[in-house]
Design a protein around this ligand. Structure first.
Ligand code: DGJ
Length: 730
């Protein structure tokens, strides 16, 4: 039983394979958080301490007991106005403008299977793989019920949390703040790990010591954003990749979010993740229910890599739904960096011909195939094929591509409209804007109001009319601006639900379509999107060296199987850097592999390298995407970027390394491997050398001396079932 209720002590215990989470309904009816950490069977209410704390209020129900204060006690879902002056999870306003919610335990239910959320992505599981706990808290005075949902995926070591807020009164209430989860720690000294960035340089790791006060970050851009990923790790000081305690929170949501980590006056820590309260004020009429998107929690006592692996497994097996998630994906070539807007149908067919001769499986026609779009100033919203530009219909082009023996994919950006478009001319009010105010432009485009059904329906019909023109194997769904002009407090949330509704319809109408998410690269790289698309274009930055950092940061929560990574031309279009084909290939093989260049401009030797790269990728694709991923270096600090994947049976491993810095007379660089069987003997494919697992993990292997900067290496290790003759035991 993953979920146990102890009636005498009123303790709820959630067990996963290696962790325990505990909470208790206390004598006053408040739901207190007791524990999250290593598995234990013991009741943890002994961790609660009570003292008369100056300036920490006491609930009236505590009588004259000045030692009881919600300002000091660890809570499960702290709310406004209870005498807890820390950051709170919930703020509700009534019709008179009073902000108050005092939540007391009402009831609970334990169910088999994992709860699902209407209209929102959420972790899914078979009935026997998960259990649900629903705890109902209520405030009779504010006339609100709060349903705390816990999903326990025992084998995966993850617990999900979501919240449903019900207006049980007669008037309207307004939700001013709603977190999905709160984690209170009565002790501990933590670092906060967050993933910040910008367009074309997403998910850089920043590790900051949590002192008194709050570390807060989030998105107010309408999407999860390039700037901060909706995820956080709280790690005890000194926690490394392979040792130490850390907690993760990952939001399964693609819009505005907020994360607050706070160390309070008593050195206790509170971590909150949920909807951003800015630009949010959600009205709830009598009888209505609001659902807060869910957070995936996980805990590791064995360092950051183990935590990441738990998230990777959860995303691959319980977030992504696409049939492609565990399948080999087509190696693709995309027209964007090959031609940008400057292409015709012949250009695409030429790419297909080159693709066929190189072993590439699919050509993707990126931006510029519709309306009169030859630059990024017009036509978004007019999803009619530009037959003049393509030299024929889309159906004909698809056939010409398929005739080369290559699949066909296409780019779309459904959420957008240009003012220079027939759609905008017909429906200017469909663009998000504040009445009486000119909207904020970005890339000269406006956002369509996807919270409105008629807007979604019109675009959906247009997109389906395109997709029905032939066998389209893949769609890249792009989104190239942030939201502004938020005209109402419900917009940001309802917009995201509108996008999900559109994607749900698209996925059910085209179940065989491979969908790749994108938002100017990785501006909407989150678990919400992965529910609909099994891969997301990781970044508009294809520079191999920058990519080692972007993919490193991304790997803390997301598996390589969801990261779009392509080999592009040099000098790189974003940085001007020149790296070898090999280095670009090694880096792109830590993702869903493809190309972003014009092969016609390559030498025969380079073309041959592409053929070899694809063979290598296909040989190891399953290992790369299904294996256990380990970070072997920190590319922000170290002179190399290194990572590896190990098969489940630990008998096969691919190790990759890229030199980031070189200097004359450089000291030898060693890579220490992880996740192998210490007593097993492994054969390294290229050198033919044999090593014990222990040797590889403790001493590591030296990289060969370099001959030029940015050299990259791949080493393949296979377990020798019977220790080979070459291996001399000492
Ligand atoms: C941004 C994407 O990330 C690029 O790959 C490309 O599709 C452009 N948009 C097209 O406008």
């Amino acid at each position: 039983m993953a979920i146990i209720y102890h009636p005498n002590k009123k303790i709820f215990t959630l067990h996963t394979a290696h962790t325990t989470y505990q909470m208790q309904v206390d004598p006053l009816g408040y739901l207190l958080h007791l524990y999250y950490g290593d598995k234990t069977n013991s009741p943890m209410d002994y961790v609660l301490t009570y003292a008369d704390r100056g300036f920490s209020g006491n609930p009236y129900a505590a009588g004259m007991d000045r030692t009881y204060s919600l300002d000091a006690l660890p809570q499960e879902y702290p709310s406004i106005g209870t005498g807890d002056y820390r950051n709170i999870a919930l703020n509700i306003k009534n019709e008179k403008g009073v902000e108050s919610a005092d939540l007391l335990f009402k009831s609970y239910e334990i169910r088999s299977g994992k709860y699902q959320l209407q209209g929102l992505p959420a972790v899914w599981a078979d009935k026997e793989e998960a259990q649900t706990l629903e705890i109902v808290l209520a405030d009779e005075n504010a006339q609100v019920e709060v349903h705390l949902l816990y999903g326990v995926l025992e084998e995966n070591d993850v617990i999900t949390r979501s919240v449903q807020i019900k207006n049980t009164g007669t008037g309207q209430i307004t939700i001013e703040k709603a977190a999905a989860a709160c984690l209170d720690f009565v002790q501990g000294d933590f670092d906060v790990l967050r993933f910040y960035g910008k367009h074309a340089m997403e998910r850089n790791l920043e590790r900051t010591s949590l002192g008194h006060g709050t570390i807060a970050f989030g998105s107010r851009r309408g999407t999860s954003s390039h700037q901060y990923n909706p995820a956080v790790i709280l790690a005890e000081k000194g926690t490394t990749e392979t040792a130490g305690i850390c907690y993760g929170m990952l939001f399964v949501y693609s819009g505005n979010f907020s994360c607050e980590a706070e160390k309070d006056q008593f050195n206790q820590t509170r971590l909150l993740l949920g909807l951003n309260e800015e630009l949010f004020s959600y009205p709830l009429a009598k009888g209505e229910t609001f659902t807060v998107p869910e957070v995936i929690l996980s805990y590791s006592a064995d360092g950051l890599s183990a935590l990441s692996q738990q998230y990777h497994n959860c995303i691959r097996n319980h977030v992504c739904r696409s049939k492609y998630v565990h399948m080999q994906r087509p190696v693709l070539i995309n027209s964007w960096e090959a031609a940008y807007f400057d292409f015709t149908g012949d250009t695409i067919v030429d790419l297909a011909k080159e693709a066929a001769s190189l072993g590439i499986d699919m050509v993707v026609m990126d931006d510029g195939w519709f309306g009169k779009r030859n630059d990024d100033n017009s036509s978004l919203g007019d999803w009619q094929v530009n037959e003049k530009k393509l030299g024929g219909s889309l159906a004909e082009l698809i056939t010409r591509v398929h005739n080369q023996g290559v699949k066909f994919g296409i780019w779309i950006e459904p959420e957008m409209v240009n003012e220079d478009s027939d759609l905008y001319r017909a429906h200017p009010d469909w663009a998000i804007q504040i009445p009486g105010k000119k909207p904020v432009r970005s890339r000269n485009q406006l956002l369509l109001d996807f919270s409105r059904k008629e807007v979604r329906d019109c675009v959906f019909d247009q997109i389906c009319a395109v997709l029905d023109q032939g066998k389209i194997d893949y769609v890249k769904w792009d989104m190239n601006r942030s939201m502004a002009d938020v005209y109402a407090g419900n917009l940001s949330y309802d917009y995201v639900l509108g996008v999900y509704n559109f994607m749900e319809r698209l996925c059910s109408r085209y179940p065989d379509l491979l969908l790749e998410g994108c938002s100017g690269g990785g501006g909407r790289f989150d678990a919400g999107m992965l529910y609909y698309s099994p891969q997301i274009w990781c970044s508009d930055n294809t520079d191999a060296i920058n990519r080692t950092r972007i993919q490193y940061g991304t790997s803390f929560f997301y598996p390589v199987s969801v990261m779009g990574a392509h080999v592009s031309a040099v000098p790189n279009h974003q940085t001007g850097r020149v790296t070898s084909f090999h280095t670009r290939g090694v880096t792109a093989m830590a993702g869903t592999f493809g190309y972003e260049l014009n092969p016609a401009l390559l030498s025969d030797e380079e073309k041959q390298q592409i053929r070899e790269q694809i063979k290598t990728y296909k040989k190891y694709e399953t290992l790369i995407n299904e294996g256990t991923y380990w970070r072997l270096s920190d590319p922000f600090m170290d002179e190399i970027a290194a990572w590896m994947t190990v098969s489940e049976e630990q008998n096969h491993a691919l190790v990759s390394a890229v030199r980031l810095r070189v200097e004359a007379n450089q000291a030898a660089v060693y890579v220490r491997l992880r996740g192998l069987k210490p007593d097993a003997v492994y054969l390294e494919e290229q050198s033919g050398r044999q090593y014990s697992g222990a040797a590889l993990m403790h001493a590591g292997i030296p990289l060969p001396p370099f001959t030029r900067e940015y050299e990259a290496y791949q080493f393949v290790f296979t377990e020798l079932k019977e220790a080979g003759a070459l291996y001399e035991k000492v």
